[in-house]
Ligand binder design. Structure first.
Ligand SMILES: Cc1cc2nc3c(=O)[nH]c(=O)nc-3n(C[C@H](O)[C@H](O)[C@H](O)COP(=O)(O)OP(=O)(O)OC[C@H]3O[C@@H](n4cnc5c(N)ncnc54)[C@H](O)[C@@H]3O)c2cc1C
Length: 458
């Protein structure tokens, strides 16, 4: 079958279905459509698709797991190459390197595969997210504060370049693409058809600390959390969440503030020691719930993630890297944590206060705290209200906002910095050299001329 025969074009009755197949966010663009969709069976199809796009004067977009909130894979004047079938994994016992196709689901598929081999990659929290988009934008995975960005574990990539050639990229060959792949996100000038990833020995015990507070305690609890977070050992992931109380807990569910910490270690004793500092919280007597160290598992955390991140919903989210004096940060984030006007919506803060130095790669912007707010809803008529509310709340946090993480961003709505200036300049040089004709789409932004700048600083 020729590549032409494998394309689904706009005249096909399947076209709309193929365009949005596997797209997680039901809030989809009405004004963007590709010219055709290619569901690649293998790497050769990907290469042939890029050549077909070149011959037909189109750019290329890619879908791995379909979890881009902003639906980056759907753009005008493009061939959309869907990598659904490139989802196999293999493992080399001698090196501990796992090789995996880009559409494998990090939590639901790759992690169980590695668990059977006693290995771990600190992949994403939500099970169905594809490793393709996740790794290219940095990858905020399990215990990122201690074990680094998931992209730091990429040792090599197999890439189809702008000429439709399959090439290997690592520290010694095609180094420029290896550098770019670790952070460029949706402006990477190529299609990754396989990732080679350094895994680590798997932890054997998971301890979970949970403290729940009423919203009136937010200021004190959150300011204290920021103070102690950098002192906690590097095997603990620390997250604060504003969410509606679990079903059945109160007669009428209400929003609460939760401090959670997960120790990924090798014994109960180790977990208890790692989580002990949380018991020093000076307002612990006001906690509605205090669980110092429950035994837990990644399976149960995955289940919780699936409940908080339901399919078949409309989503609106935005995010920021925050830095500042702790009480100022608390004040600036108060609206996002205490006034969210939707039952299913949630706001998170992830501690990154250890601030490990980053290796030389495109990904280059981080700060002591990461904040993201997610609206989860069903009715289209709420789109505008949630968007406006979130933009207002994000504006209140501008005094402590350093920039944003590509993974939770939508630059058609709000543009922020996501990369150090020198890294962004270097990336543009690599793109100009590797993809001079613009075969691959660039960042989808309201104003392409001001990408990588905080909009209020322009
Ligand atoms: C429910 C949910 C939970 C999430 N949790 C986390 C989390 O814990 N940590 C985190 O860091 N992020 C998280 N994210 C964000 C997520 O990592 C990003 O949206 C990421 O882009 C999704 O990757 P994907 O392959 O599934 O998406 P896709 O929509 O398939 O891809 C997004 C874009 O990435 C580029 N791309 C993807 N694959 C390739 C490839 N093989 N070659 C070249 N370019 C490619 C393309 O530009 C593509 O349009 C979450 C998202 C959702 C919806």
């Amino acid at each position: 079958m020729s590549i032409e025969d494998k394309l689904v074009k706009s005249v096909s009755p399947d076209f709309e279905e193929r365009v949005f197949s596997r797209v997680f966010n039901i809030r989809r663009p009405s004004d963007r459509r590709p010219e055709a969709v290619l569901v690649a069976e293998n790497e050769q199809d990907v290469a042939d698709g890029v050549k077909w796009a070149k011959d037909n004067g189109l750019s290329v977009t890619v879908r791995s797991g379909g979890h881009s909130w902003a639906v980056w894979s759907v753009q005008n004047n493009t061939l959309l190459i869907d990598l659904e079938h490139l989802n196999k994994a293999s493992f080399d016992e001698a090196t501990g390197i796992a090789s995996a196709g880009p559409s494998i689901q990090g939590g639901a598929q790759l992690d169980p595969f590695l668990a059977e081999r006693g290995r771990f990659l600190n992949g994403g929290h939500c099970p169905p997210v594809g490793i393709g988009g996740f790794l290219l934008q940095g990858g905020q995975g399990w215990n990122q504060r201690g074990w680094g960005w998931a992209a730091e574990h990429i040792v090599a990539l197999d890439v189809v370049n702008a000429d439709g050639e399959l090439i290997r990229c690592d520290a010694t060959q095609n180094e420029d693409l290896y550098w770019a792949a670790r952070g460029a996100g949706p402006s990477f000038p190529g299609i990754v058809v396989k990732f080679h990833l350094q895994t680590r020995e798997r932890f054997t015990y998971l301890g979970h600390s949970v403290q729940m507070f009423e919203l009136e305690d937010f200021d004190e609890a959150f300011t204290w959390l920021q103070e102690i977070e950098p002192t906690i050992t590097d095997t603990v992931e620390i997250v604060a969440v504003s969410q509606t109380s679990p079903e059945g807990m109160f007669d009428t569910p209400r929003r609460v503030f939760i401090i959670t910490a997960v120790a990924l270690v090798n014994s109960r004793e180790e977990a208890e020691a790692a989580l002990a500092p949380f018991q020093l919280n000076p307002i612990l007597d006001r906690a509605i719930v205090n669980e110092p160290c429950m035994e837990s598992s990644l399976e149960s955390h995955r289940e919780m993630q699936l409940q908080m991140n339901p399919e078949d919903h409309r989503w609106y989210c935005d995010n920021m890297w925050v830095e500042g004096e702790f009480t100022t940060v608390t004040k600036s984030l108060k609206k996002l944590f205490t006034e969210v006007p939707s039952q299913k919506a949630f706001t998170i803060w992830m501690g990154n206060g250890l601030m490990r130095p980053l290796p030389d790669m495109a990904f280059s912007l981080q700060s002591p705290g990461y904040v993201s707010c997610y609206f989860v809803y069903e009715d289209e008529k709420d789109d505008q209200y949630y968007r406006t509310w979130l933009n207002d709340a994000m504006a209140e946090a501008q005094p402590v906002t350093v920039g944003q993480y590509l993974g939770d961003s939508d630059m058609t709505n709000r543009q922020l910095k996501f990369m150090a200036d020198e890294n962004y300049a270097k990336l543009q040089e690599i793109i100009a050299k590797r993809d001079p004709e613009g075969r691959f789409v660039r960042y989808l932004a309201a104003d392409p001329a001001t990408v990588n700048k905080n909009h209020w600083e322009l």
